[in-house]
Design a protein around this ligand. Structure first.
Ligand SMILES: Nc1ncnc2c1ncn2[C@@H]1O[C@H](COP(=O)(O)OP(=O)(O)OP(=O)(O)O)[C@@H](O)[C@H]1O
Ligand SMILES: [Mg+2]
Length: 269
C-alpha cells in the first residue's frame, strides 16, 4: 500500500471496557484513500470495537482507547467528538442498522444531514441517495418500521451519505439479510466508492462476501490482527479458506491454531 495515500492510520491501539476489560490488544491498520477495506473475524473478535474507536463512539459503551494513535490524513483524531468527526467526513453506520422506526425513510435520511445547513445541498444529497438507492425513493413515505431489513440497511447507509462523508465505517452490513440483498447492498457500496470516491471500512463476519467487494482485508481474532492482505490474496489463501470460508471442514479451532498446525505439518512432511 502506498503510504502517501493513507487516509486513516490506526496505530497500535488498545481499548479497555469498564476500566478493566482489555479488548483491543494493539490493533494497527491502514486505509488508503478511495479504498474498500474489510475487517474480518468471528464473534467478539473486536471488529465493532475497532470501528467505534475510530468514530469515537466508545464512551457510551464505557470503553476507552488507552494506548496507540488514530490519524486522519496525518492528524490525530482520538480526542475529537463523534460530531466533529462527522464534520471531517468520518461517519459510522452502526451494527443492527438503527433506523428510527417511527420515522419515514425520508425523515430518517434527513436526520443524516444534521451537520449541513444549506437547504439546496440537503436536497441535492437526498436526490443523490435516491439515485443510488432507487428502492428508498419508492419507500420514501413509508415508516421505517414497516420496511424490509434490506431497505433499513440501505436507509442506514443512505443516512450516512447525507452527511457528504469521505469515509464510511460500515458495521456488519450483511447481518440478517438474504444473500441476494447483501449483493445488492454491496453493489451500491461499490458504486458509491467508485463514483462518489467514498472510502469504506467494513466490519464483516461474512468473509466471502466482504472479500468479494473489498480491496484489502484485515483478519481479527481476540482483539488482534492475525493476518492481512489484498482481498484476492486472502480469498485464495488456504488457511483463510479452511477457517473462514468453510472449505475443508473439521472442527473450527482458533485461526492461530490452524496456522501452527499447518506449520507443524509442513515441518513434519
Ligand atoms: N460495552 C462492552 N463492555 C464490555 N465488553 C464489551 C463491550 N462491548 C464489547 N465487549 C467485548 O469486547 C469484545 C469484542 O467485541 P466486539 O463487539 O468488538 O466484537 P465483534 O468482532 O464486533 O463481534 P461480532 O461479530 O459479534 O459483532 C468481546 O469480547 C465483547 O464481549
Ligand atoms: Mg460487531
Amino acid at each position: 500500500m502506498d503510504s502517501k495515500n493513507i487516509v486513516l492510520n490506526v496505530n497500535g491501539i488498545e481499548v479497555i471496557y469498564n476500566h478493566v476489560i482489555l479488548v483491543l490488544k494493539g490493533v494497527s491498520l491502514q486505509v488508503p484513500e478511495g479504498g474498500i477495506v474489510a475487517i474480518l473475524g468471528g464473534n467478539g473478535a473486536g471488529k465493532t470495537t475497532t470501528l467505534r474507536a475510530i468514530s469515537n463512539l466508545l464512551k457510551g459503551e464505557r470503553g476507552e482507547v488507552t494506548k496507540g494513535t488514530i490519524e486522519l490524513r496525518g492528524e490525530r483524531i482520538e480526542n475529537l467528538s463523534p460530531a466533529d468527526l462527522v464534520k471531517r467526513g468520518v461517519v459510522q453506520v452502526m451494527e443492527g442498522r438503527h433506523c428510527f422506526a417511527h420515522l419515514t425513510i425520508e425523515e430518517n435520511l434527513l436526520t443524516g444531514s444534521y451537520t449541513r445547513t444549506s437547504k439546496g445541498e440537503i436536497a441535492a444529497n437526498l436526490e443523490k441517495v435516491y439515485n443510488y438507492f432507487p428502492r428508498l425513493k419508492t419507500r420514501r413515505t413509508s415508516q421505517a418500521a414497516y420496511t424490509s431489513g434490506g431497505e433499513q440497511q440501505m436507509c442506514a447507509i443512505g443516512r450516512a451519505i447525507m452527511a457528504n462523508p469521505s469515509i464510511v465505517l460500515l458495521d456488519e452490513p450483511s447481518m440478517g439479510l438474504a444473500p441476494q440483498i447483501v449483493e445488492e447492498v454491496f453493489n451500491i457500496v461499490q458504486d458509491l466508492n467508485k463514483k462518489e470516491k467514498v472510502t469504506f471500512v467494513l466490519a464483516e463476519q461474512n468473509t466471502n462476501m466482504a472479500l468479494k467487494y473489498s480491496d484489502y482485508g484485515y483478519i481479527m481474532e481476540s482483539g488482534r490482527i492475525v493476518m492481512d492482505g489484498a482481498a484476492d490474496y486472502l480469498a485464495s489463501n488456504e488457511d483463510v479458506k479452511e477457517f473462514y470460508l468453510g472449505v475443508g471442514g473439521g472442527e473450527r479451532k482458533s485461526f492461530k491454531d490452524v496456522k501452527s498446525y499447518k506449520r507443524r505439518k509442513r515441518w513434519l512432511a
